[in-house]
Design a protein. Structure first.
Lengths: 230, 230
DNA sequence: GCCGGGTCAAGAACAGTGTTCTCGTCGAGT
DNA sequence: ACTCGACGAGAACACTGTTCTTGACCCGGC
């Protein structure tokens, strides 16, 4: 066993350590799925046959574990949306738009607790660390990209000047030649998308709307209209 | 009973008890404002110079106190929206609409923790009791009432049939002669309103949009267009 | 061979939490 | 005057996140 040498030993350590990270996160996700949104470190440790303090070898605090879960969830959600959108013919703008929206909704309904971590109440003592901002922006960037391909400039009142300044700054930051009106409508749709998914995941529509998938699709279609998608 | 003696005595008891209820809720609101969303019963008791178990004379559990706070907050929010809307000339439909929306936003920004109780992550072991549903529906009813006065039927694609069935049921429940299209757009706007306020209160727009009031007003105006308001 | 350094997990401890139960105390009604 | 009910305090229980100490283990270097 010693033939592969010291490098493999240290990398083996690292691999075991990274697997432990993964296993802790998976146990935490299972807890999150069964219990509510309040994650108990001790319960996670119990599920793994460990004692709570042992987890501190791998995550410096409960917040760090939450942060890791949040980043994973953002990545997962963004990937689900991107994959669904990529499966639609490029010239079918409305189809790509609706596919992305429905993918976000489906992921949220399948992972309500993780979704709550992302878009619910911010956890009390917890400030979102800067490394979450990039994975968090995947969905809006996807929507903006689709809106950017819209053939017509969106109808309806254009954004007022102070908002245009913000839009210009955002467009410059992404280095893209998006028009302000199109980004404006992409932001509108993005806000609405998560507003509606919030209501549905948090059971605010339960005894109000039965045909929730159709309701969702209909409204996302109206927002596609507003974004100028054909 | 006999005379004013017993009545006044028992009503004095009841009054003191109800004042105690109010004081506990106010102390809890103060805690909620300074600390995050996790309300500590013991801390509330400490602030009042009491011991935690004494609060159980007035609220059977922490959830019951939260429920009382939630109902108060729904009432407060609904009242703020209704008052702002009532201050606008009746024939200025768009003005009434925007006034209600801005009132919701202002209330939420002024009471972020209480807003989080209403529209954030549902508290883990906590199921919204049925007595919250009436105060919770005040804002959507207000928006629907304004949309119901719209002169034109809203433009754009009408809701598909399964959704129409839900809309019809909702309209019948409220006993009002609202058209399905108008309620559809009111629901759209309601969802968007709270989606946008969520994003703003939960700091999702912090380093994205500077002109947040204008951004909000612009988008609520677009939704007024969609609802057919002149 | 053995020995030191590093990694790991356990366990105890501390300060908190919600909740329940018991035990005095005090005030009002009969 | 006595009784009964409401009230608040305090202890206790089962939890929580976090820190620190202690002991076991493995692995490279002497």
């Amino acid at each position: 066993m010693c033939d592969t040498g010291a490098v493999s030993a240290s990398s083996l350590r690292a691999r075991v350590r990274s697997e432990m990270h993964q296993e802790i996160k998976e146990a935490a996700r299972r807890r999150l799925a069964t219990e509510g949104a309040n994650l108990s470190l001790r319960a996670v440790a119990r599920d793994m046959g460990l004692v709570a303090s042992a987890l501190y070898r791998y995550f410096p605090s409960r917040d760090a574990l939450l942060t890791a879960l949040i980043i994973d969830a953002y990545d997962d959600l963004g990937e689900a949306a991107a994959e669904a959108e990529a499966a639609v013919a490029r010239d079918d703008l409305r189809g790509r738009w609706l596919a992305a929206c429905h993918a976000v909704r489906s992921w949220a309904l399948a992972h309500p607790a993780e979704y709550g971590l992302l878009y619910g109440n911010p956890v009390p003592g917890y400030a979102a660390p800067p490394e979450t901002v990039v994975p968090a922006s995947k969905v809006i960037l996807l929507l903006a990209a689709i809106a950017g391909e819209a053939p017509d400039v969106p109808a309806g009142s254009p954004p007022p000047e102070p908002v245009r300044a913000d839009l210009r700054r955002l467009i410059d930051d992404q280095g893209g030649g998006l028009s302000e009106e199109r980004l404006d409508r992409a932001l509108l749709a993005w806000t609405h998308l998560f507003g509606q998914v919030n209501f549905e995941v948090f059971h605010r529509l339960d005894d109000m709307v039965q045909a929730r998938a159709e309701y969702f699709g209909h409204h996302m279609g109206l927002l596609a209209d507003l974004a100028g998608l054909p």
